[in-house]
Design a protein around this ligand. Sequence first.
Ligand code: ADP
Ligand code: MG
Length: 256
Amino acid sequence: MPMLSVLGLVKRFEGLTALNRFDLDVEEGEIVGIIGPNGSGKTTFFNVLSGMHPADAGEVYFDGRPENLLNRKAHQIIGLGISRTFQNQRPFNNLSVLENLLVGGHCRTRAGLFSALLRLPGARRERERLKERARDVMSLFGNRLRSVETNPAWTLSYANRRRLEIARALMSDGKLLLIDEPTAGMNPTESLQLAETIRTINRRGTAVLVIEHDMNFIRRICPRVVALDYGEKIVEGTYSEVRNHPKVVEAYLGRD
Ligand code: ADP
Ligand code: MG
């Protein structure tokens, strides 16, 4: 049984079918790339899978559980081990980098988010443990986040916001990480570094689904790639099989 099994996912917005009978399996330890022109349904897939938007049809099985997890609440999905980043970054702007990570980790503590933020006595030890984990997670990005951990999130560069988003998602300690366009706003060197970081995250045992437009990035870290167009999976295979497939070439030529 694959770690994640998505069957016949359908999502409609009024007259528009944003996802149409979409199927995908992800094995434990995999990194799978998702490509496709703008508007092809990539982010919608993450929104539905992570419980943020209700789907119209389909099934989702994860981590050996026999029940269909489609349309569970977002916090339940995180609790089950699927965490995500957002295409349009939304950190808590007035919280520091470190505090943003502590919020990301709250679902793993007994004390919970609010007692942690209010610094209730019972929460202090857990907060210390969480801080340690946050620093560990930040270290995946070298000194980039560590050196600004007390700065408010609104002061961060685009690249660091991306890193913060990924770090925050990692704080929930999931088995599957969904990353939506992580290199947006990064220069080629930063993208390369991020590719290495994602590989490290993956080697530590997290499966990754990554939406990305930068084909160098996809080629570098994704042994398997899925291409979408108009909400449908048009091709699936290795990077070179997918990138040069006539249907994929046509999808990009016809749309962008
Ligand atoms: P991608 O991430 O591949 O660029 P999206 O999944 O964001 O594409 O969008 C797929 C289609 O669904 C687009 O036509 C988009 O306009 C539409 N769509 C996405 N989210 C919404 C929404 N919340 N309400 C209405 N239409 C949406
Ligand atoms: Mg998108």
